[in-house]
Design a protein. Structure first.
Lengths: 334, 282, 530
């Protein structure tokens, strides 16, 4: 087991270096640099452009810039944003909780709704409910979520006026951001309406971001349940006269969950992509929003630092999934 | 083949998907005849005309017009052509490059294998949409560049799939036998091993079609895909953003078209998977 | 669902109402996030607006005008040769405070010296802090202009220029000339975190900075020590929303009381809404299609005029500006002095255009590219849509124009490098002087490859007049010269001038005392809620 773990970890360092190089090269290959983007309609004198370039180190050869960047990274410094001049790591820390909050809520929503639906569909296999659910879930998995988000806003916020249009909390509430998670922070603020406001702001983005995972989880649960329900031990349990509910929930579901959990693990990576679109539509101040804006502004340090942190997180999640697999399935440990 | 069709046709969803697909293909091919108007002609007397069933709508513009007076139905029909083309090109590109890389990694092993697979890992580590956005930023916005970006992003899944199935085939006795009989590496690659990896590849490709259409539309939505006045569905959505609260139809129909198309390919792909490879059934 | 949210709304309304009894809160729906809290190092109106509650300048534009009035300087004198400016400073201006800084003194000459030397002199320890790109300071050619800045006494500062320049005083009223606290700077330098001066601002203005939640809200509270009229609003909140439809929705729901930049399409609805009021101000801007005058066939005046007659301006104004624009016939907007009302715009006449093209040797038209920027600008709400309309009009006279777009920074760079055939672009005035339009947009210096002019137009006759107008000080004389320049420009048609956009600002009916500035800046000093 230790060897397996060690093997996976040693693979990570070269991947990490490759990732820093790839993000560096890709971002520098984008035409235009932060200074040109900033210039505006005014234009800029060539001498001043040269001077500013020099100041930002952009006149150095690319390999030199990369080495400088790696040295800086080795010191644990992600640099400062070219636009706001604030530290990239600080910016990440203030924005990341927003993305996590949204992502976690979306996953919880997907699980809480998806699991029972999948189980019911499996138990009632072949009924109208089953067919209906499978139809809905394949539709959900096919959903262009950028459009879905807008439609949901149109119906619930614009036509019906039930939910706020965008943001994380009503502007009237003054919430001290000590954890960064709005639900927690608003709980500790003096305003009693703050928590409610934060909750209502979460509803639509959660549904939109949770749609695809929900569909996937429901389908996965159904097929995995079907497999388990056919197994001998379930038949035995039934034969023993245990109540059907007990059989399904306690015996079958527990065994059916394993593949579902892996799927959930895999969804985490996909959530990041969905978060970019969801955050753009709902003006949710999170990481996806931040990175897309950084591309537009050619904010090299933010882009590099941000993609790097995310890459590390994805690698960590992948490693976690691998290790869990290794535990569950000793065969692949070698 | 008959077995395949029997099991495929039993799957109602798959048949529905197939029918939808055929319908879309027919529309795409006959767009010039099927569409009532040119997709880029602006009717200056009819900005944001509502669909026929709403007050003020007319049969002239069945699904209404957009903010510069173009017939939405016609744009959607021509858009079908584009979307199918995007799906096809992206999958073809990713499939051919992915297959080549995957086979090369499996056959060469050693350093080649490591380099290729590390590269794929790196691609996978970035959130795919973000990577696609950066690639388009490098190449410049446009339909072709967007397709290229999507191809790069989905490349690793094909490469990994081919490599894994090729490796398992390589370990089999019949491959060893062919090799000892003196078959060349290329022949071994493409004539012996590849045909045996085809089933999962076909499934992956048919499901990849829908992803390609979705991703390209997302890029179009962010203003990075096809440029106006091209009637690409995602681009139409981007153009509709300003007006959607006032004229919901400029938003609803292009998105619905994307949904239906993606749904068709997903249903078809699922059916294909179940019919081709019962082992994969889950 | 509905019931619950109703309770929520009621609860929220109760909180709002309860809050209003003790203190007044005004929420302004802003369009974007500030880059940071120092106008010296930024160029965007969004950042300037976010800073204006906090800071002051030596002189300031009087609300709603481009006229310069006193700010932190109570009065000033100018020497007869126009080279020496002496400013008498206000004694009663105090600095705000925050967790890491409690001021020990009020505002004085040291702060003025610090704020200008930070931008001007390499030797100032803050010169390189926060990236150190003082774009406006340089754009306004301050380094070439300034000979010295001296402290005469604690409340007197003397500026000496190298050459006389009429708009100098107006330049000092611009946002880049903000005054920061020298004492705060010293404290932060000692604490080893100088960057904080631009992240947690300390100013002398009517409102103190409280909190900035990135991409969400900026919070200010009234500063009790403010030297001017005390603001009537206790808490000022900027709520950041990029989507104009969202901003309007929030305004309608009274989640904000003033909302930036409505969509032209929504204006009729706003006017009809009894709960809202709509104020407007002709913008100090111009949106245009620039011909690349150095590239054939646009070197031919006939071709340029032909295109001017081939494009239906009314259709563009109707479909894209939707009433939020006045058709442009001169490069400068009608609100600016020296606007030549006698110039008559080209008539939309495709047949005549076709004839003119034939005379120029293009009976069947030609192929070219038509560039459209990817972003919304104050002078152009939707460049791509305009490009599509133009493309369709041009096709009718045989000109096949291909729409080209690049990412915004790239776009400007390529236009400045003269890579385009025709390009959509525009300009917003900085200081209310016609010189600030003619020279950067149509002057010969800006026409070089890499220069700011998109037309790349360099006409000796025009250039001579504009140069002369910059040197004379008599405004009547200047007006005559500029009027003449506009006649030449109309004859040569280096641009297809589209429109001057009108800036609209919707707000709740109970908001009073807000004045829109022609320079596009926002001030909340005198705003109140009835």
């Amino acid at each position: 087991m230790l060897r397996f773990l060690l093997g996976r970890v040693t693979l990570i360092l070269p991947t990490f270096v490759c990732v820093t190089l790839a993000s560096f090269l890709l971002i520098h290959a984008v035409p235009g640099d932060p200074i040109e983007v900033r210039v505006g309609e005014h234009g800029i004198a060539p001498e001043r452009l040269a001077m500013l370039r020099h100041q930002f180190g952009l006149d150095q050869p690319l390999w030199k810039q990369f080495l400088d960047y790696e040295t800086q990274l080795a010191h644990g410094d992600l640099g400062n944003s070219v636009v706001t001049h604030a530290s990239v790591w600080d910016e990440f820390l203030t924005l990341f909780p927003a993305t996590v909050e949204l992502g976690v809520c979306a996953l919880i929503f997907a699980l809480v709704v998806g699991l029972p639906l999948g189980v019911i569909a499996a138990v009632r296999r072949g009924t109208a409910f089953d067919y209906g659910l499978m139809g809905v879930s394949v539709t959900g998995a096919s959903m262009p979520i950028f459009w879905w988000g807008l439609m949901v806003i149109l119906v619930f916020s614009v036509f019906l006026g039930w939910t706020p249009v965008s943001g994380r909390i009503g502007d009237a509430f003054f919430v001290e951001p000590w954890s960064g998670f709005m639900l927690i922070d608003s709980w500790y603020s003096d305003d009693e309406g703050a928590v409610w406001s934060a909750l209502t702001h979460l509803i639509l983005p959660t549904i939109v971001l949770g749609t695809v995972p929900l569909a996937t989880i429901a389908r996965m649960t159904r097929s995995s349940m079907l497999e388990v329900l056919g197994d001998d031990f379930i038949r035995t349990a039934r034969a023993k006269g245990l109540s059907p509910l007990r059989v399904v929930v306690v015996h079958a579901l527990r065994n059916a969950l394993i593949p579902v959990v892996t799927v959930v693990g895999l969804q985490v990576g996909g959530l990041m992509g969905g978060a970019i679109l969801t955050e753009t539509i709902f003006a949710w101040p999170g990481i996806g929003h931040w990175l897309v804006e950084a591309i537009q502004r050619r904010d090299y340090p933010v882009l590099q630092g941000g993609t790097l942190v995310i890459a590390v997180l994805v690698m960590a999640v992948n490693l976690g999934v691998d290790v869990t697999y290794g535990f569950l399935n000793p065969r692949i440990r070698k | 083949m008959r077995d395949f069709w029997r099991s495929f046709s039993q799957n109602r969803g798959a048949v529905l998907g197939l029918l939808l697909m055929v319908g879309l293909i027919i529309l795409a091919v006959t767009a010039d005849i099927a569409a009532p108007f040119s997709p880029i002609e602006q009717y200056r007397d009819a900005f944001l005309a509502p669909p026929v069933w709403m007050e003020g709508g007319s049969f002239r513009y069945v699904l209404g017009t957009d903010d510069v007076g173009r017939d939405i139905l016609s744009r959607l029909i021509f858009g079908a052509r584009l979307s199918l083309m995007i799906g096809f090109m992206v999958v073809a590109l990713a499939l051919s490059v992915g297959t080549t890389l995957g086979l090369a990694a499996a056959f060469a092993g050693g350093i080649v294998d490591i380099v290729i697979m590390r590269l794929m890992d790196v691609i996978l580590v970035f959130p795919s949409l973000l990577l696609a956005i950066v690639i388009v930023a490098i190449l410049g916005p446009g339909l072709f560049n967007a397709m290229l970006a999507v191809s790069v992003v989905i490349l690793p899944s094909y490469t990994r799939l081919v490599r894994a199935s090729a490796l398992s085939e390589l370990a089999r006795d019949y491959v060893k036998a062919t090799r000892s009989a003196g078959a060349g590496t290329l022949r071994l690659m493409f004539a012996v091993v590849l045909p045996n990896c085809l089933a999962p590849l076909i499934v992956q490709a048919s499901l990849g079609f829908s992803n390609a259409i979705l991703d390209a539309a997302a890029l179009g939505f962010l203003g990075l895909g096809a440029q106006p006045p091209t009637p690409e569905w995602g681009t139409m959505l981007a153009g509709a953003l300003q007006y959607y609260q006032r004229a919901w139809w400029v938003l609803a129909f292009p998105g619905l078209s994307i949904l239906i198309t993606v749904l068709a390919f997903n249903l078809f792909g699922d059916g294909l998977r179940d019919a081709l490879d019962p082992k994969l059934k889950r | 669902m509905f019931k619950k949210s109703l309770i929520g709304t009621l609860a929220m309304a109760a909180v709002l109402a309860g809050g209003a009894a003790q203190s007044k809160t005004l929420v302004y729906c802003a369009e974007g996030s500030p880059e940071n809290f120092n106008p010296m190092i930024n160029t965007t109106g969004t950042t300037f607006n976010a800073n204006r509650p906090i800071y002051n300048r030596l002189v300031e534009f009087k609300p709603g005008t481009t006229e310069v009035g006193p700010g932190l300087a109570e009065s000033w004198t100018v020497s007869p040769d126009g080279l020496t400016f002496v400013f008498k400073l206000r004694h009663n201006a105090k600095w705000q405070s925050n967790k890491s800084f409690k001021p020990t003194r009020g505002f004085n000459a040291d702060d003025v010296i610090f704020s200008f030397e930070r931008q001007w002199k390499d030797s100032n320890p803050y010169h390189k802090v926060s990236g150190g790109g003082y774009d406006y300071f340089n754009d306004m050619s301050m380094p070439d202009l300034l000979a010295s800045i001296d402290k005469v006494d604690d409340y007197t500062v003397r500026f000496v220029l190298k050459k006389p320049q009429a708009p100098f005083l107006a330049n000092l009223a611009m946002d880049f000339a903000t005054i920061q606290s020298a004492e705060y700077a010293d404290v932060l330098m000692k604490a080893g975190k100088p960057e904080q001066i631009d992240q947690e601002p300390i100013g002398t203005g009517p409102y103190e900075y409280v909190q900035y939640v990135r991409d969400a809200t900026i919070r200010y509270k009234a500063f009790p020590g403010y030297w001017g009229t005390k603001p009537k609003i206790d808490t000022l909140v900027y709520s950041i929303n990029k989507d104009p439809a969202v901003r309007l929705a929030k305004l309608r729901a009274n989640e904000c009381q003033i909302s930036f930049g409505p969509l032209p399409a929504d204006l009729p609805g706003i006017k009809a809404d009894k709960n809202l009021q709509l104020i407007s101000q002709a913008g100090l801007n111009i949106g245009y299609l620039a011909f690349n005058n150095t590239k054939a066939p646009f070197t031919d005046q006939k071709v340029r005029v032909a295109i001017n007659m081939a494009i239906d301006k009314k259709a563009i104004l109707d479909a894209v500006y939707q009433g939020a624009g006045t058709p442009a016939k001169n490069l400068i907007p009608p609100t600016l002095w020296s606007y030549n009302t006698k110039v008559e715009d080209f008539k939309y006449d495709p047949a005549a255009a076709k004839k003119l093209l034939a005379e120029a040797g293009f009976p069947d038209g030609f192929e070219t590219d038509l560039w459209a920027m990817p972003v919304q600008r104050p002078y152009n709400p939707d460049a791509r849509r305009i490009a599509e309309l133009m493309q369709s009009d041009l096709a009718k006279v045989g000109i096949k124009a291909k729409i080209v777009s690049y990412e915004w920074g790239e776009y400007r760079k390529r236009v400045q490098n003269s890579e385009h055939g025709m390009a959509l672009l525009g300009w917003t005035g900085d200081n209310g002087d016609p010189d600030n339009f003619f020279v950067p947009l149509a002057g010969c210096a800006a026409a070089r490859v890499g220069g700011g002019s998109a037309s790349k137009w360099c006409n000796k006759e025009f250039e001579g007049i504009v140069q002369k107008a910059a040197e004379v000080t008599n405004q009547a004389e200047r007006t005559k010269l500029y009027e003449q320049a506009q006649v030449i420009m109309h004859r040569e048609a280096p641009f297809y001038l589209i429109a001057h956009s009108v800036v609209f600002l919707p707000m709740r009916a109970n908001v009073t005392g807000f004045k829109l500035s022609p320079l596009g800046s926002f001030e909340f000093n005198n705003v109140d809620l009835k």
